[in-house]
Design a protein. Structure first.
Length: 203
């Protein structure tokens, strides 16, 4: 229900703004899709391997013209991140744990629009604000928000194709640039990464 309320709020805001700015060339839109996320982790003396986790991604965006071929595109989205871990237990075995993190992400993208096509190529920085975090293992789920920093910084790059009707598809990669582990020491490093595919509508 919280996810649905967030998406509805973003859509309502975009519709209101579009009604006020329909002559400026600014375009608004919403998209939803899936994340294939991972959290590469390194810690001295501990064997850690991770595999991808599938999560939900949805939000809205504003495309602001910056000439004939370029645009600035700020976004706001709800993004489910995380990974599945296998950690050495020190006795020759492994322990399986799944980490699930929910973020509010704010990318600020620069887009190049290929003339006379619906193709756009974009890149830019992204700030993520941690909303919640859970660790699942041994059949239990525990709150793990205190194990992670409250914010994340990443680089985003990808591409999109929009049809004349306003429907489009987008694929992007999020490369984590900051260590999200909290109070883990200088030698422990955990970063967010994700490949995201979404379907959207722009008007």
């Amino acid at each position: 229900m919280k996810k649905l309320n967030l998406v509805c709020f973003i859509l309502s805001l975009a519709l209101f703004s579009h009604a006020q700015n329909n002559k400026t060339g600014i375009k608004f839109g919403a998209r939803a899709g899936v994340n294939f996320s991972n959290m590469p982790a390194k810690s001295p003396g501990i064997s850690v391997s991770s595999s991808s986790l599938t999560g939900f991604n949805a939000g809205g965006f504003v495309e602001i013209p910056a000439g004939d071929k370029f645009a600035i595109q700020p976004e706001l989205a709800f993004s489910q991140m995380g990974a599945k871990f296998k950690v050495g237990d020190g006795e020759g075995g492994t322990v399986s744990v799944t980490s699930k993190l929910n973020y509010l992400t704010l990318p600020a993208l620069v887009k190049f629009k290929v003339p006379n096509t619906g193709i756009g190529i974009y890149a830019g920085p992204q700030v993520g604000l941690l909303l919640s975090a859970k660790a699942e293992g041994y059949g239990e789920s525990t709150d793990a928000k205190d194990n992670y920093k409250s914010s994340d910084f990443a680089g985003v790059f990808g591409g999109e194709y929009f049809f004349d009707a306003g429907i489009g598809i987008s694929a992007r990669y999020q490369l984590g640039l900051s260590n999200i582990a909290k109070d883990a020491g200088d030698n422990t490093n955990v970063k967010n990464t994700a490949f995201t595919i979404t379907v959207g509508y722009r008007f």
